[in-house]
Ligand binder design. Structure first.
Ligand SMILES: [Zn+2]
Ligand SMILES: [Zn+2]
Length: 118
């Protein structure tokens, strides 16, 4: 038996700016799009050698949008971001590790939840 290939089975918007990806193994991934953008694996955003993220949180528009996405081969997704960036190839394995669901990230670092201003 060949090991089962991990790939997205289904996608949906869980919330505004939060992408849900259901994986072929049944896992339901949770991906805030700004988090995804911030972890763009392309050479301009992440140092290829050290894996260090060169982007700063401030570099990304607060209201970044995911305009489009396309599958690349059978191993990765390419996202087109509203800031014009589209060079990052998110391999499925990489994407899976970025999952922010309660199972994958049991203790969340303090995030700036959208605060009510009024
Ligand atoms: Zn990038
Ligand atoms: Zn998860």
């Amino acid at each position: 038996m060949s090991p089962e290939v991990l790939e997205p089975k289904d996608m949906e918007w869980l919330d505004k700016g939060v992408l849900g990806i259901e994986w072929s193994d049944g896992h339901r991934g949770v991906y805030p799009v700004r988090f995804l953008r911030l972890h763009c694996p392309c050479a301009a955003c992440t140092d290829e050698w050290t894996g260090e993220i060169k982007l700063k949180s401030d570099d990304i528009p607060m209201l970044i949008r995911l305009d489009d996405m396309e599958a690349v081969g059978r191993y990765a997704l390419k996202f087109n971001w509203s800031d014009g960036h589209d060079t990052g190839l998110y391999s499925y394995g990489f994407l899976r590790k970025l999952c922010q669901c309660d199972i994958c990230v049991p203790v969340k670092p303090p995030t700036q939840k959208s605060k009510r201003l009024m």
